[in-house]
Design a protein around this ligand. Structure first.
Ligand SMILES: [Zn+2]
Length: 170
């Protein structure tokens, strides 16, 4: 992959993330993980043209807002089921094919710079100077970029399931 195409992919993902952040209320690594989970889930489940998707979420934390926005499965339309066990785990179930996958975000490693690490320490001690805030924000942006650009195998863990989850047997 050329750096140019990586650049345009990143720009596209960031635009999507900006929209999710508006809905979610803040910009955070959690929604970036949620976006990666959603894209992996849709890609794998959309093999058939016309599919009916349900998502079961094992968490009610930040990533869930991204999953609701990107998959279109929401609490409101009844396509999202909450099975809150405080686990970062999302089950995608394709009714048309009677098969599903469980997707877990993987912690993407981000190597912060010394300047960023020092700024985080100052910030934790109450320093809100312009320079410290600039570095803290740059670190957040860089961390989010590393989540968006990680290879799929490094961003999510995917497991096939062929039994219908109990929560969907109503
Ligand atoms: Zn958040």
């Amino acid at each position: 992959m050329t750096s140019r195409s990586t650049d345009s992919i990143l720009q596209g993902l960031k635009k999507t993330l900006d929209k999710i952040a508006l809905f979610h209320g803040h910009y955070c690594p959690g929604i970036a993980y949620g976006l990666r989970v959603s894209l992996a889930g849709i890609k794998l489940m959309a093999a058939s043209d016309n599919f009916e998707l349900n998502v079961i979420s094992g968490t009610t934390n930040c990533p869930l807002d991204a999953v609701q926005m990107i998959t279109g499965c929401t609490v409101g339309n009844g396509k999202l089921f909450l099975d809150d066990r405080d686990r970062q785990e999302f089950t995608f179930w394709n009714h048309s094919q009677d098969k599903g996958i469980v997707i877990k975000p993987k912690k993407v490693f981000y190597r912060e710079s010394i300047a960023e690490a020092e700024a985080m320490e100052r910030f934790a001690e109450g320093d809100k100077s312009r320079e410290t805030l600039r570095l803290v924000n740059a670190r957040l942006q860089n961390k989010i970029e590393s989540i968006l650009l990680a290879e799929e195998k490094d961003a999510v863990e995917i497991e096939d399931i062929n039994y219908k989850p109990d929560i969907l047997k109503g």
